[in-house]
Design a protein around this ligand. Structure first.
Ligand SMILES: [Zn+2]
Length: 103
């Protein structure tokens, strides 16, 4: 399986996204700046999510579990960040807030 997609971004630049498993393992690449630095870019993710054949290949090569674990951890991290933010607010309110006069 070898698939190539062409994406035009808002500034009219074209990126080529490629998925290829002809060498025995699934490889993806993108010609955008992130892709050129081997960073998982939104263009690759777009086709992972939209293209059925690519989704199947990810599963067959045992890669989807790692990706899903990443999504799960990312979600957990966001929740923890939110909890930390709320605790900081609560602490600040208690420590720094005006104190109530009990007269
Ligand atoms: Zn890209």
């Amino acid at each position: 399986m070898k698939k190539k997609f062409k994406i035009e971004n808002d500034s009219g630049l074209n990126y080529i996204v490629t998925f290829d498993d002809e060498a025995g393992s699934l490889k993806a690449s993108c010609t955008c700046q992130a892709g050129q630095h081997f960073t998982l870019c939104k263009h690759v993710i777009k086709y992972m999510e939209e293209d059925k054949e690519i989704a199947e290949a990810l599963e067959n090569y045992g890669l989807i579990d790692i990706y899903n674990e990443y999504l799960e951890k990312k979600e957990e991290a966001e929740q923890l960040k939110e909890e930390a933010k709320n605790l900081k607010k609560k602490f600040a309110r208690l420590l720094l807030g005006r104190y109530r006069n009990k007269k």
